[in-house]
Design a protein around this ligand. Structure first.
Ligand code: LLP
Length: 381
């Protein structure tokens, strides 16, 4: 089990997110190392974790930011990401958000529809500026992940269908207020084999050939994010295999001279450095079950309730050599407020401190105040 600063935890009010900043820094260094001297640019997907301490560490490592709202753009700027290193995606950008992004001078809009192109054009034209554009293409690649986090299939709301791409390219090229920089793709999240990325590379290669033949060249290709992590063995695989990931693109994507490759990694950067720390409130005897009722709930970490995700649960304080089986559940008034069924843990009692591991991505950032609960605290070390 990784070393937690337990003495410090004991004085803290639970539940809270604990972030291991040295693991985060090692992860960032490993990304930098795997990118090497190549023209690969990683924009951290801010939605994964917008905690200012995390964002500042990511910015200090020289990464850009992939944002999906005006709020995320502001947060990235405040934490030191240069505006030119911010990309802005999302199917429903509001007029105010578009104006704000143009005023800030962000690097690129990842545009999801012809309708959105028209609105960005008219706002940019009224402001007398030119908007840099990457067209988000829906490549119809199955990422084989949970259906809620698959985004690159034809029936998803994301991106411009391949059939409509020509119109979008033509629209940009005919506009004085839009500068077409490239194409953007994102096929899904928590992708644990390289096969979907190999297929994606093939689709991109064909598109590049097709457009080159039509005299259209792009200066950037953005392949989104999605690299998965090992939720079952966070201590065995604390840092994802970034080298294998980048090498997949090196091997299979045929970039043109001078073309940049952009990535938007979220989960792979921050998931393993975070744990949700919670105290056991009650050990309740059921008829055929024992429940460990903890003070964290789905409002603090919604992934199990929303995606049937499982985060490894560890009892950090039990001194017992004996094990027992518990359903680990939260206090929220929903049956889905359950972190684990039939979890084998050392004998657990009221007051024990548990860790829900690999919770640094889409944990704190998805917390809510349902049931008027307080938001979880944070503790960084
Ligand atoms: N780029 C785009 C356009 C995206 O939509 C996403 C994630 C990313 C990049 C970053 O993907 P990542 O590298 O983190 O897989 N809440 C869900 C995940 C939703 C992902 C949404 N889009 C979860 O907890 O599993």
């Amino acid at each position: 089990m990784s070393a937690f600063p337990l003495d410090k935890f004991k004085a803290e009010r639970t539940p809270f997110y604990y972030y291991d900043l040295s693991l985060l820094r090692d992860t960032l260094a490993s990304i930098k190392d795997a990118v090497g001297g190549s023209d690969y640019h990683v924009h951290y997907a801010v939605k994964a974790n917008v905690n200012p301490v995390i964002l500042a560490a990511v910015a200090a490592a020289g990464m850009g930011a992939d944002c999906v709202s005006g709020g995320e753009i502001e947060a990235a700027l405040e934490c030191g990401v240069p505006a030119s290193s911010i990309v802005y995606a999302g199917v429903g950008k509001s007029d105010d958000e578009i104006s704000m992004a143009l005023r800030a001078g962000i690097g690129c809009f990842n545009v999801e529809s012809l309708e959105e192109l028209g609105i960005i054009e008219s706002i940019a034209s009224a402001m007398g500026v030119v908007a840099d554009i990457a067209l988000r293409v829906n490549p119809n690649v199955d990422a084989h992940t949970h259906h809620y986090i698959t985004t690159g299939l034809q029936e998803n709301k994301f991106g411009i269908a391949l059939e409509m791409l020509d119109d979008a390219v033509g629209y940009c090229r005919g506009s004085q207020s839009l500068r077409l920089r490239g194409l953007h793709f994102h096929i899904g999240s928590q992708i644990t084999t390289m096969d979907p990325y190999v297929i994606l590379c093939g689709r991109i290669n064909s598109l590049l050939d097709e457009y080159e033949a039509k005299g259209v060249n792009f200066d950037l290709i953005n392949v989104g994010g999605g690299l998965g992590i090992d939720y079952d063995h966070p201590d065995k695989h604390p840092i994802p295999d970034f080298r294998a990931y980048f090498d997949t693109f090196r091997r299979h994507l045929h970039l043109r001279d001078g073309q940049q490759l952009h990535f938007e990694l979220g989960r792979a950067v921050v998931a393993q450095c975070g744990s949700l720390i919670t105290r056991v409130l009650y050990v309740k005897q059921g008829v055929n079950k024992q429940f460990a009722i903890v003070d964290a709930g789905m409002t603090d970490l919604i992934r199990p309730a929303l995606y049937q995700a499982h985060h490894l649960i560890q009892n950090l304080t039990s001194e017992s050599d004996e094990e027992c089986v518990y359903d680990v559940v939260g206090p929220v008034c929903e049956s889905s407020d359950c972190f684990g069924v039939d979890e084998r843990l050392p004998v657990t009692k009221r007051g024990d401190i548990l860790a829900l591991r690999s919770a640094g991505a889409y944990g704190e950032s998805m917390a809510s105040r349902y049931n008027l609960r307080s938001l979880p605290g944070t503790f960084t070390d």
